[in-house]
Design a protein around this ligand. Sequence first.
Ligand SMILES: [Zn+2]
Length: 241
Amino acid sequence: MTTTTSTPRRLGHLGYALAVTPLLRWLIAHHAVPADQPWRTRCEACAAAIWPAVCTPAGQCRTCHTRIGAPPYLVEVLTVAAFGLLLASDVRGWELAAYTWWSLGLLVLAFIDATVLRLPHRLTAAITAGTVVLLAPLGLTGSWRGALIGAGCMAGYYLAVHVASRSGLGLGDVAVAVPIGFGVGWLDWRLIIAVAVLGHSLGAATIVIRRLTNAPRAPLPLGTYLIAASFAVVVTAAAIR
Ligand SMILES: [Zn+2]
């Protein structure tokens, strides 16, 4: 871990992360709609355009105060925490740019999946493409091999589960395994096993907690758990490599 970046400079970087949160909130509010409905562009209660009406940290329409999109302040807290953890780990330069794009894009997907059990392919494609483009200036390093193996193995595994479970696992989960496997595999493709174990453990823990608290049964957002697990694995592996 390097100590060359001064504290005021790091705080300035965290300010940049905070500045993109209105856009992240717009992406979440726009895409967090049931599969049979068009993407949201307006507040359902007062018809105000969601940009900029629902893009403040309060998570509600500025005109009619209806709750829309992500919970209050959670996007802002998680964005600053994610960027702070990336800065504290050993990722710098183009890797830092790529992992910032990767983690903030996956954060948007996690909120959407947790809300409506959807992982829109357009966002998954943008996260994957942006990560590849931002890592391209690093040239042909050995990390590409690990990233491609990670993406292929992880997506292949969940595609097999999708086929075996007869659509019990959605294609959105299969697709999001590509950027997750790619980002984790860039550090070491074998870490995808840790992501799968941790992600499914988080899901199992949720089921146990729901049973203990007599909460109603509901489908689990597997994508959200895998995204949380992949971020934890990436920042830990980057910090100790
Ligand atoms: Zn409204």
